[in-house]
Design a protein around this ligand. Structure first.
Ligand code: 7PM
Length: 282
């Protein structure tokens, strides 16, 4: 699985790479909406942040316009388009980086691909009406993710017989459905969906068993950055989860994840460089 073609850019996944999180949402828990003023995206601020992440070593930027915060209110398609598309255009124009769009909306997928996006990242795995057809037409790599329930209610009472089995069953059946619909097998990425309808114990088990997910043969994306499992283990607020997030990213890399979705790009890239030095010295 070394090279992934993402539109007009390529990604070498022979070693883990970092995806920087670029939120364009007013209630994003991690940037406090600094990039949005009165509902409009401050493009200069977004670009400065994007450029910093690229300088820090991110090979992918994940642009999201819909908050998936548990209990968040849904965003209209027009609003999401207004938030996301100018950001994708600006980054595509100014920076050499793969642009991922975090969306479930077919309209946003189509417009983002036209604006220069190279990867479609849908926490709902293209299950919304029209999303799968839009993704097929875009001809871009896609990331599918496991979630129990929906963002409004998923953390109410997550329950599984076996979380690893259920996550794998879902991801593999969805991957088959995508291929039947016309998405190339080489264009499918899997994500266990940390924090999406999972207790801390479920998330810890999914970190331990990441090699089982990797064994399915698709590149795996892991998003643990600042998530509540880290907060609950360390008893830290969201702004004090850097060490936990770096540790989690490193454990995910060790488990075989190829894309690490993080807020703190520079620190994660350093940690991965050190890990790389150790494994290269074997
Ligand atoms: C509020 C709650 C804001 C949760 C943001 C989040 C993932 C993702 C997100 C992930 C993939 C966050 C999440 N998480 N896409 N989008 N995998 N593929 O903590 O784990 O960033 S949003």
């Amino acid at each position: 699985m070394p090279v992934l073609t993402c539109g007009d850019r390529t990604l070498d996944l022979s070693e883990p790479v970092v995806m920087g999180i670029m939120n364009a949402t007013p209630d994003s828990f991690s940037d406090g909406g600094q990039l949005l003023h009165q509902g409009r995206v401050d493009l200069d601020a977004v670009l400065a942040r994007a450029e910093q992440m690229v300088d820090d070593g991110a090979l992918i930027l994940d642009v999201g316009g819909e908050s998936t915060r548990p209990g968040a209110s849904p965003v209209s398609v027009d609003e999401e388009l207004q938030r996301v598309i100018p950001v994708v255009e600006a980054i595509a124009r100014e920076l050499d980086v793969v642009i991922s769009v975090d969306t479930s909306s077919p309209e946003v997928m189509t417009a983002a691909a036209a604006a220069g996006a190279g990867l479609l990242n849908d926490i709902r795995s293209f299950e919304k009406a029209g999303a799968l057809q839009a993704a097929v037409a875009c001809q871009l790599p896609v990331c599918i993710m496991h979630m129990q329930g929906d963002p409004q209610t998923m953390q109410d009472k997550p329950a599984y017989d076996s979380v690893v089995d259920e996550v794998m069953d879902y991801l593999l059946s969805r991957a088959s459905q995508l291929q039947v619909a016309g998405i190339a097998k080489e264009h499918i990425l899997l994500d266990p969906g940390y924090g999406f309808g999972k207790t801390p114990a479920h998330n810890l088990q999914l970190i331990n068993r990441l090699p089982d997910v990797v064994a399915a043969g698709f590149p795996v994306l892991a998003g643990l950055s600042r998530k509540s499992v880290i907060g609950s283990v360390l008893n830290r607020n969201v702004d004090d989860r850097l060490a936990g997030s770096i540790s989690a990213a490193l454990l995910a890399a060790q488990g075989g994840a190829k894309i690490l979705r993080v807020h703190d790009v520079a620190e994660t890239v350093d940690a991965l460089r050190f890990w790389r030095a150790v494994t290269s010295a074997r």
